[in-house]
Design a protein around this ligand. Structure first.
Ligand code: ADP
Length: 636
């Protein structure tokens, strides 16, 4: 191995030796080739780009969808005196200025950005001026339609790497089936030899499947927790309310447990995480929101109270146990009854035909340059923002539209230098322009609110001149800016001849995704019910062969408990008629009603503040298709 690399490892990163796979990946990159690293979570993927970044001329651009992780990593790197920065929406103005300066001067070696940032033409123009030696793509499985977390904006990354003239790409993921890995390699032009995969098999994890019916689950969990040696444990559940209920139950039983989910206040969530990290609390009952970036090596047990969404998710979740190599237990208490709720969630992301057609007609009816607010559109068509973003990306990939820059309709200006003093620093013409500009705004107690489009009209000036002026004042530290009302700009590139065909094609793309989600769920159910070694089957799914059975899973130990058949809930269906009679505008179509009853949020229902209505999610245990059929009957 390159002597310089080893020295960096020890002196700068203060680590003894490379972990499996790291060296091979780093060698490929230093030789100028792109690579794919498939290491389990915690396997040390980040070092594979962090270290070569310091040896290569130019910048390493790290694309990661996980903002919280980005912050942790950048802090850690800075603590090692490595010049790294991140650009996300939480970066303040003065920090931003310093980052841009650092980039121009070449003093920043690693820049972390979220993929959506790369949809900004102005930011891309800045990047194009820099020399980018490497692009690291974290969570690279998002590039694959076969993967469990497909993000269309990832498909644009490969094209972008070419546009930016990036020297080499490192794709990183913890979960890739052979099919997904192949798609990643194809997208980023990575040779088979530069695909480095370390084993998925974790010999210190004992997997146990003990299916329980929902009514007995709390007690079963409690029995398991009390019969095993104490130690940090995570209990994964599907719904936020389950996290609360189970944590409360364990507390009543005298256990030190806390709930963690995305619906909690930031502060509460932070406290829960701290308490778990410090050992003040043993058990966290959490939705999948918990675990990203949890670097705790002595987690002794992972429980699945509900079924995971996919084997990829399962692998990642159990992968958080036993990072110290000590024996740890992974217990699945779930039952097939959980499938209904999980299946219903996949329907939340599939727009219905009328909404999709409406949206597409709206988009195709725009002028050559147009802009939109995803928030507004999602209310207008009652389609989730994520779906709209997905649709926009599909249209971009089809070559129909092209994203230009996002812009803001409203600027709040906070004066850090008194207005008179500020104006005194400019020549007469500029000072007059600024004075007139400020006069267009509305002065609040602390902030002056400006709408650039209106101000441009009033001053008969170019909107860009206004934005440049504000940007300059911000750069000079004279004002602080806050922006609101984001709109994404687009250019119409090529109108499709056949819009009906386009709608049908996109509709089937959305349906295909829905079907794949449902298939993945079924794979979890099948895996949990098969007769062979659980570890062998699990790593087999990821393309790895385990020659011997693990000898310690519940199947190997002869403790296989058959899963009871799936029970359908028998909920009170009269709720449908009662809810209909309330005549909520946001619930006027049968599909809107059915979604609401199945606990699937929609923009209109949320904005009408119906989330706390007692009927919300009241039929969550019934298959969506059945609820929809009932709602259609009720409507006729
Ligand atoms: P991943 O991204 O694969 O989940 P990380 O890159 O976050 O994993 O690394 C997990 C932990 O392992 C980090 O604390 C990191 O400092 C540590 N680590 C990485 N490489 C090494 C190494 N060669 N020796 C010791 N520790 C390492």
């Amino acid at each position: 191995m390159n002597q310089a690399a080893r020295q960096l490892l020890q002196k700068t990163f203060r680590l003894q030796d490379f972990r499996p796979g790291q060296q091979q990946v780093i060698e490929s990159l230093l030789a100028g080739r792109s690579a794919l690293a498939v290491f389990p979570t915690g396997g040390g993927k980040s070092l594979c780009y962090q270290l070569p970044a310091l040896m290569l001329d130019g910048l390493t651009l790290v694309v990661s969808p996980l903002i919280a992780l980005m912050k942790d990593q950048v802090d850690q790197l800075n603590a090692l005196n490595i010049p790294a920065a991140r650009l996300d929406s939480s970066v303040e103005a003065d920090e931003l200025k310093a980052i841009y300066q650092g980039l121009e001067q070449g003093s920043i070696k690693l820049l972390y950005v979220a993929p959506e940032r790369l949809a900004n033409e102005r930011f891309l123009a800045r990047l194009k001026r820099l020399s980018i030696s490497m692009m690291a793509v974290d969570e690279a499985h998002c590039v694959s339609e076969w993967g469990h977390n497909f993000r269309p904006d990832y498909l644009k990354l490969a094209q972008l790497a070419r546009e930016l003239g990036v020297g080499r790409v490192l794709a990183l993921t913890a979960t890739a089936t052979p099919q997904v890995a192949e798609q990643i390699r194809d997208s980023f032009d990575i040779a088979q030899d530069d695909h480095v995969q370390t084993g998925f098999f974790r010999p210190n994890l004992a997997i146990h499947i003990h299916p329980t019916v929902p009514a007995d689950r709390d007690e079963a969990l409690f029995r398991q927790l009390s019969s095993q040696p104490a130690g940090p444990a995570i209990v994964y559940v599907t719904l936020q309310k389950t996290a609360e209920a189970v944590a409360a139950f364990l507390k009543r039983k005298g256990m030190k447990a806390l709930a963690y989910h995305a619906g909690l206040k930031d502060e509460t969530r932070h406290q829960a995480q701290e308490a778990f990290m410090s050992g003040a609390v043993d058990i966290v009952v959490a939705t999948i929101a918990f675990g990203m970036g949890i670097d705790k090596s002595d987690i002794r047990a992972i429980y699945h109270y509900n079924l995971p969404k996919s084997l990829e998710n399962y692998m990642q979740e159990i992968g958080r146990a036993g990072r110290d190599g000590q024996p740890s237990r992974c217990t699945l208490l779930a039952s097939l009854d959980d499938l209904t709720v999980l299946e219903n969630f996949s329907f939340g992301d599939t727009p219905d035909e009328e909404a999709l057609a409406g949206l597409i007609h709206w988009l195709l009816g725009q002028t050559e340059q147009f802009d939109l607010s995803v928030y507004e559109l999602s209310g207008q068509f009652d389609v989730r923002p994520l779906v709209i973003n997905t649709l926009l990306t599909y249209l971009e990939l089809e070559g129909i539209i092209k994203a230009t820059a996002p812009f803001y309709t409203e600027y709040k200006v906070g004066f850090l230098t008194a207005q008179d003093q500020l104006l005194a620093q400019f020549d007469h013409d500029r000072a007059e322009f600024l004075r007139a500009l400020f006069a267009c705004g509305k002065q609040g107690r602390t902030w002056l609110t400006l709408k650039p489009i209106e101000a441009a009209r009033e001053l008969q000036a170019d909107r860009l001149r206004i934005l440049n002026a504000l940007g300059y004042l911000e750069q000079q530290g004279m004002v602080e800016l806050r922006v609101a009302g984001v709109r994404q700009g687009f250019r119409m590139v090529n109108l499709p001849g056949d819009s009906q065909g386009l709608i049908a094609r996109l509709q089937s793309q959305f349906q295909l995704r829905e079907q794949r989600d449902i298939d993945r769920l079924q794979q979890v159910a099948d895996w949990a019910q098969q007769d062979g070694c659980l570890q062998q089957a699990l790593v087999g799914y990821f393309g790895e062969t385990l020659t011997q059975p693990c000898g310690q899973c519940s199947v190997c130990l002869g403790e296989r408990v058959p899963m009871p058949p799936r029970q359908m809930g028998q909920p009170d269906l009269s709720i449908i008629d009662r809810l209909k009679k309330e005549e909520h505008a946001a619930l006027s179509s049968p599909r809107q009603l059915a979604r609401f009853l199945c606990g699937i949020t929609s923009p209109r229902a949320s904005r009408a503040r119906l989330g706390r209505h007692p009927a919300f999610a009241s039929l969550i245990e019934m298959p969506f298709a059945d609820v929809l059929a009932r709602c259609q009957q009720a409507g006729s």
